[in-house]
Design a protein around this ligand. Sequence first.
Ligand SMILES: Cc1ncc(COP(=O)(O)O)c(C=O)c1O
Length: 490
Amino acid sequence: MNFHDTSSAPAQSGISQWPDTDALYPRFEALVKQPLRPIRRAAMTDVLNYFEQRCQGSARLAEQAKAVIPGGVQHNLAFNYPFPLAIKEARGAHMTDVDGNRYIDFLQAGGPTLLGSNHPVVLERVKGLLDECGPTTGLLHEYEVKLAELVCQVMPGVDMLRMMGSGTEAVMGAIRLARAYSGKKRVIKIGGGYHGWSDQMVYGMRLPKTGRMEAIGIPRGATAATQESLPNDLEAIRRKLKWNRLRGGTAAVIVEPFGPESGTRPVTRNFNAALRKLCDEFDTLLIFDEVVTGFRAGMGGAQGYFGVTPDLTVLGKCLTGGYPMAGAIGGRRDIMMMLVGGIGTTTKRAFVGGTLTANPLSCAAGYFALQEMRRTDAAFKAGQAGDRMRNGLEQIIERLGLPYVAYNMGSIVHLQTSGVMLLDTSSLLKLARVKNEAKERKHMMEEMGAAYSAHGVITLAGSRIYTSLADSDEVIDDALNRFEDVLKLV
Ligand SMILES: Cc1ncc(COP(=O)(O)O)c(C=O)c1O
């Protein structure tokens, strides 16, 4: 049976137009060359007053949390400035905190809820499943098969699927699999890209060429076979592949197909196609980390959008519609067969596991969420909302004469105000030069995030906006008014 029958997938892509990278990069450069343009101090006092006066329930819980949870937050994307907001209700495009303040939600849990928060169709199905067999049994369940069939059907590069516990685990598994299959050990990633927090991938995170900067507690040996290469620089990747060829070769090149950090530094339109050719030339596997792009770019992911088929695909987030245990490795059948599970297995395999992987709850949630995404053309509609948001933000930025930059790939909207993620760290000298500046810019990003929140808008880290199916034109226009109110405080 040919599972790659994309005919039942919606025809419309999640991305109406790829950003004009030739125009964007000079604007990034201009933004980081300018002095900071933060919120005026008096206005920032008002922002902090909002938290102090209107968010007392959150403040109390945050204090309590600090005593038993390191730093009081458990999520790296959680705002802790001035303190984290505690949420009570989330539905569709909105969230309400424990003090009864309502927010437009553009965090969307960090990406997975493309249908909007707590979608009722998925919720009902999950409740039914829980009544029947609870969250997990440890044995085969029909939704494991249904979810795998559906993903194989819509994703061009996925012949088979193996569920994992998270995106991090899926990346670990995919790299192990690539090494087991190829017999090679080196892995090249793009500097600044995020592939979870496994030992080998805490390397060149957030900003290019930062190598082991965050690798505290990780032995050198663990990152010894990881290399990073500058974004959009195919020649640099070629040089690494050549160098590696003389030393046992490269197991895989792993990329976020929109560019590092969910396209913060977007790839040029033809980057992935050229990278595919390069990997073939050097007999190296190409891994697409589609943890973010998987289903936001459309049902076929970034691979469907770019028409580039990777050897292995890493999925997460949207795969289980916001429910727990979001991670999977997909790919070519011959490679995937090295992930054979089960007690009686004697074949040579890349070992992966997990007590709760492929549990009925996650698989049913994923299956019904993906079906609903396909039925409603969610990626396309969320992408349109993203276009409307970016368009509106660009107009506000221009009207107010600010140096900020807004761009989007469908439902992934970037709003760069501090430019911290765009600093030039392409050499050691440049990295040393911007280290202190990065701290100031990071604080400005926190302030912007706090100001958006005080105006009723939750963003991801003050610089990213995930739109969803729940974002009607009214929701976006309401949010744009609020963004404008904030940007007027600069
Ligand atoms: C591209 C990418 N890969 C991997 C991960 C790690 O996934 P998880 O947080 O589920 O471990 C993330 C998380 O944000 C991601 O954005």
